[in-house]
Write a protein that binds this ligand. Sequence first.
Ligand code: BGC
Length: 759
Amino acid sequence: MRDAAFIYELCDYPLNRYQLNLNEVLFHNANGYIGVRYDFEEGYPERYDFTPSQYINGFYDYAKLPQAERLYGLAAEKQTILNIANTQTIKISFDGEEFNMFSGTVLENKLSLDMKRGTTLRKVKWRSASGKEIQLKVTRMASFYQLPLFIIDYEAELLNFSGPVVIESVHDGAVLNYTNPADPRIAGECIQYLTPISCEIKQGASYITSQTSKSGLEICSCVKHRLLNEHQYEFIVYNQKAVCRYDILAKAGENIRLIKYAVFCDSIRYPNCRQQAENEIEQALAVPLEYLYKKQADYLTDYWHNCMVEIQGDDSLNNAIHFNLYQLIQSVGKDQYSNIAPKGLSGDGYEGHYFWDSEMFIHPFFTITNPAISKTLIEYRYATLDMARKNAKIMGHKKGALYPWRTIMGSECSGFFPAGSAQYHINGDVAYSIIAYYLATKDIEFIQSTGAEIIFETARLWLDVGNFYNGQFHINGVTGPDEYTCIVNNNYYTNVLAQYHLTWAVKFYYLLEKNQGLSLLTEKIQLHSQEIEEFRRAAENMYLPYDENLKINPQDDSFLQKSLWDLESIPKDKYPLLLHYHPLHLYRHQICKQADTVMAHFILEDAQDEETMLNSFKYYEKITTHDSSLSTCIYSIMAARLGMHQLAYDYFRISARLDLDDVHNNTQDGIHAANMGGSYMAIVYGFGGFRLKEQGISFAPFLPDSWTAYSFIICFENSRILVQVEKNQCVFTLEYGQEKTISVYGKEYLLQDCLRIPR
Ligand code: BGC
């Protein structure tokens, strides 16, 4: 693999507010624990009104969730991710002239992300008003090796001048969250959540400990520097800020190099976060920086080895898919206290909440490349199972568990229940991801210890939320994935997923019983075979809406009765519709924000025949706005599945470059992580025709016309299989592990070493 395919760079980008905000996201550094948006170290002019932002995955405070009418059971409080202490700021001046990009002359300007090294690099050549020339090189890294660690490796070379240089490196505890009252996808209210309670200097390091206002959590950040040039320094501490000032007498040609180490430790993971910060900073400084860079690169070598995807014939898409996969490993939580937020750790859009995005768009990638990560994500859901039980009670259910639509620590944070809490399919989504993990790994011990309890408790909810009517099992009063159609009866996606979920609950029950792995659990949750038989009866009699005239699955019972609304007639500036039309107006039309029934046909294709899926696809495509970024990837996969190869490719292009091209005009609020997982799926599940089922794994690859080849690697039951799709053949190579039976274009093969199958 060429290194260039793993570098994304921007040269001479405009210095306007919009582009700089976008760059903060595209070049943010994260490792699943900390995330730091890319703010210029020297800052911006005041008029830009920027807040340097950095976050910790799963670290939150509570905020009021005002409901105009306090109906019973509506969430009164939400969690919100917090902007934590700023350790990014470094100001530098040369004989009294302060460097910034908005004064003097910028002669060269480049930002790049190296996805193999795991670092970003900023290069600037700058001339001051009086003619001093400086070459700046700043490398940043959020360490995968030591999760609390973020480093800025700051180099300034004096090209044509000798004299005094002053550096002021800031560690600032007085921070606020970013807000935008005009956009419902971002928090609107400006509240100070974090209050610094101490700011101290010890052995050349600054420590700021802050407390949340309501959640009772603490976070300690510590900053320590290494300056490789002769200097004098002093600390200035004021207003919860520690400024480390360096005075250097530098010569022309000298390279000034300051390494700024910052660690962040929170009290969720570390009971004594102040002490932990001290341990972490010592650990980071105990080794040469080169060692930390090497560990970062090693981590990513493994990562790319496990999830390699390579497109030949289109460098821009090849680069984009690497960018997307890089963002996924930057974003995904690495412990049971966190998951993966829609914006990853690149922005506070959606307030850092976790949604079904994880299970249905991101798990499928990790499950077949790094199953250990999917396991950790499931552990997070397990850790919040008690909260889901409580949530079920609040929603009036007698037993079982209902996962909240959006949350950080486990309780519901949805402010608008018709498009939030009513999305009961979240239970099926969580179950689906556990079943997929099992199918990919056959890790029955994990199902026994963790997965089964979630599956059973969430399955129970279906029995309570649904009921038999005319001999069939109906699920009423829920919302499916399409948020432009709310609170309906028998949403096809929900029902077919509930059916699958219930069927697997029955399977797991008998499988565990056979393995004698059930008694402790059934006792704990009081589950008896009688209830399991009720699961079976509901699954076997699940009502799945079908329309005889159109020969499609209606999205729900009333969907086809509504008025049609010609998408072509809607002015372009009225998209996304959610920002321009009252919800009721949307609900009264046959209009979809995102794939719903089409998504159901992807995840559970065996529930319908080919003709129904094709008809449904054509029907829903005309009325889907793709206002949600979770949509085009699914349309790509289904277009591929149904033989519409060019259409699949067109949808894929949008999905693959959605953030790089800022397709939704809101990447500045954060990446679209679910779509990134979806763009991977569009290659592997779409073009590659990969499926993971109880019967095993299968492929039905095709090659998009404009590509010469593509390849990907998947992990199945501990074996790694490399798939190369070329013009006239597909090559399957067993890279590691035991032989496997695979199905290709509907025919079974035993893969022992290498198989070449003509296309
Ligand atoms: C989508 C949801 C998604 C959420 C977070 C919304 O716009 O409609 O399906 O879970 O964004 O990504």
